[in-house]
Design a protein around this ligand. Structure first.
Ligand SMILES: NC(=O)c1ccc[n+]([C@@H]2O[C@H](COP(=O)([O-])OP(=O)(O)OC[C@H]3O[C@@H](n4cnc5c(N)ncnc54)[C@H](O)[C@@H]3O)[C@@H](O)[C@H]2O)c1
Ligand SMILES: [Zn+2]
Ligand SMILES: [Zn+2]
Length: 349
């Protein structure tokens, strides 16, 4: 089969590799129908995630068809259409029993495209398949369900729920990439009074408006502090969500929060980030960090299939699976191309 293989920082290729095989009784092999690229894959290519070794197949998001099941798989059968979650879960460890699948101690967590071969491929081996896949509901499209593999649960769990968004809050989202837009989308489930999107890219800010931000700030030419002060009577935001993964944006997110405010870091960081505790200790802030668990996926799936969340609008570009090089190029140059999520499908649709 062919797959996107990581060859060290800055290098990847769509190339021929051996087909995956079942190596554990809990595995399934999924024929990938639709896959996508994440901001985290770009971090990997920048060398920010050293645990990803050369030779690894990238990708942690897919919708596909079960081809083959290990003997220990109980809930799936060949032919089933499934969402492959970014997070795998052994289902029995302490953290899985608490729904904290991202922290799985039994060999799960974020492993696809990280510690084991991932989904940017024609086929993928999915470990702990009963716990790590979700059946695609009848009538749902691959594209909308694919958004539940990572960005929607990430924006919701690590941004909105960790940040404790409440009715009437002023919510700031730093970074209006797909993950920031997922936070903007799901924050609206809690009726904030304002959602402020901050980004360097006007195209991303246009998207943020479309997704529900009522105030947008391009921080390459506008001062976000002034905007937030004007909006909050000089107090600062109730909840500040970081969805970029750079030191400067984390510092910005911290400073934009009001005293007693909540800062939810979603970004994947590849370098040490200053936390100015000498300034912040006195402000009674709460800072959360997190890896997505995917425990909200069933809830979000109901919101998507009932039409309360329009997940289709995240997908701006469609490619065939063997056009991964072009898709990476378009996704990497998002400020020029207007790309949010790219969908790569067998049929190119
Ligand atoms: N915690 C998790 O479980 C988890 C899961 C998925 C993704 N992530 C992370 O979330 C982050 C966002 O992912 P994405 O797919 O939306 O990425 P992305 O790269 O598409 O989007 C990042 C956005 O930040 C903007 N940006 C960059 N520098 C900025 C600055 N100085 N000020 C304001 N905006 C700036 C960019 O213009 C872009 O729109 C990444 O760090 C990704 O690795 C975390
Ligand atoms: Zn991701
Ligand atoms: Zn576990």
């Amino acid at each position: 089969m062919r797959a996107v293989v990581f060859h060290g920082p800055g290098r990847k290729a769509w190339e021929e590799v051996p087909d995956p095989e079942i190596t554990d009784e809990g595995d399934v092999i999924v024929r990938v129908e639709t896959a996508t690229i994440c901001g985290t894959d770009l971090h990997i290519l920048h060398g920010d995630v050293p645990a990803v070794r050369p030779g690894r197949i990238l990708g942690h998001e897919a919708v596909g068809t079960v081809e083959e099941c290990g003997d220990g798989v109980h809930t799936l059968a060949p032919g089933d259409r499934v969402l492959v979650s970014a997070i795998s879960a052994c289902g029995t460890c302490r953290f899985c029993r608490e729904g904290r699948y991202g922290q799985c101690l039994g060999g799960g967590g974020w492993i696809l495209g990280h510690k084991v071969d991932g989904t940017q491929a024609e086929y993928v081996r999915v470990p702990f398949a009963d716990m790590s896949t979700y059946r695609v509901p009848d009538g749902a499209t691959d594209g909308e369900i694919l958004m539940l593999a990572d960005i929607l649960p990430t924006g919701y769990e690590v941004g909105v729920l960790a940040g404790g968004v409440r009715p009437g809050d002023v919510v700031v989202v730093v970074g209006a990439g797909p993950v920031g837009l997922a936070a903007i989308t799901t924050a609206q489930l809690y009726c904030p009074s304002h959602i402020v999107a901050i980004d360097l890219s006007d195209t991303r800010l246009e998207a943020a408006k479309h997704f529900g931000a009522d105030v947008t700030v391009n921080n390459s030419r506008e001062d976000p502090f002034r905007v937030i002060k004007d909006l909050t009577g000089r107090l600062g935001a109730d909840v500040s969500i970081e969805a970029v993964g750079r030191p400067a944006t984390f510092e910005l997110a911290v400073k934009l929060a009001r005293p007693c405010g909540r800062i939810a870091n979603i970004g994947v960081h590849g370098q040490a980030v200053p936390l100015h505790l000498d300034e912040q200790w006195i402000r009674d802030i709460t800072i959360t960090t997190g890896l997505v668990d995917g425990s909200s996926t069933p809830t979000l799936m109901r919101l998507v299939t009932s039409g309360q969340i329009d997940a289709r609008r995240f997908i701006t570009h469609h490619f065939a699976l063997d056009e991964f090089e072009d898709a990476y190029d378009v996704f990497t140059r998002a400020a020029d191309t207007g790309a949010l999520k790219v969908a790569l499908s067998r049929c190119g649709e």
